[in-house]
Design a protein around this ligand. Structure first.
Ligand code: SF4
Length: 240
């Protein structure tokens, strides 16, 4: 029950509601790492793998608030020349990568490409050969011709990559002192196989969500699913 997320913490619903009220001509495009309340206050949810597809379906003259991750929003703004208003949240894990240490690592492995998650700050993303979601990074690793990849995202993905590609080498991008564990998510680390097993066996702990709130949050999630699969018309972009 304590496994939260720094992005969710960075976006309290009452402040997000006030921000939306101050910008009534903007729709809210919101990264999925947020609370149910913030989802209910949003028009469209995005994941890191659907964000680009969805943003490209929104007319260029539509004003947009993007939250809660300012680095993902900033990356989308730069890539698609948009001007979304960014909520100032960050992921503590991706914020911890060090540009200086990354460049030192790159110097030791000059032939190795860098793959970064768009939650990383621009100082990291700007050095990346590939920027994308966790599944995108996994696919890039499978397709790349070389056998070594530097990975700038939460390092638990490296385990999966190593299992899928035992003949390739995956090196986690370093934090500020070069070998700290500050880029291991302390929240995700609270989830263990034992807890997963017990929760499936005992159906506890339970998270109960008010039904009205659930349905409002589901609207913005349904819109994401429709837009990600290309089954929504351009006139149906919400506007809460
Ligand atoms: S790595 Fe942890 S803090 Fe960062 S977005 Fe994921 S769950 Fe949140």
């Amino acid at each position: 029950m304590n496994a939260g997320c720094s992005l969710e913490d960075a976006c309290p619903p009452d402040k997000f509601r006030a921000f939306r009220a101050a910008h009534p001509d903007h729709i809210a495009l919101t990264y999925i790492n947020c609370s149910t309340e913030v989802k209910a206050l949003s028009d469209i949810i995005v994941t890191s793998s659907s964000a680009e597809t969805i943003l490209q379906q929104i007319p260029r003259d539509q004003k947009i608030i993007f939250g809660p991750d300012r680095h993902l929003g900033g990356y989308l703004n730069r890539k698609f020349d948009r001007d979304m208003l960014l909520w100032p949240g960050v992921c503590i894990v991706h914020e911890a990568f060090s540009e200086t240490e990354l460049l030192k690592l790159k110097a030791q492995h000059p032939g190795a490409p860098i793959a970064a998650h768009p939650e990383c700050p621009p100082t990291i993303v700007d050095h990346a050969d590939y920027v994308g979601s966790t599944s995108g990074i996994l696919n890039f690793a499978k397709a790349m011709p070389g056998d070594t990849l530097i990975v700038a995202t939460e390092p638990h993905i490296i385990h999966q990559m190593q299992l899928a590609m035992p003949n390739k080498q995956f090196i986690g991008a370093p934090g500020a002192d070069g070998n700290c564990n500050c880029n291991i998510c302390p929240y995700m680390a609270l989830n263990t196989m034992e807890k997963l097993y017990l929760s499936l066996r005992d159906l506890t702990p339970r998270i109960e969500i008010d039904e009205t709130l659930r349905l409002k949050a589901k609207d913005s999630l349904d819109r994401m699913l429709a837009m990600a699969s290309g089954t929504v018309g351009k006139g149906d972009l919400g506007g809460r």
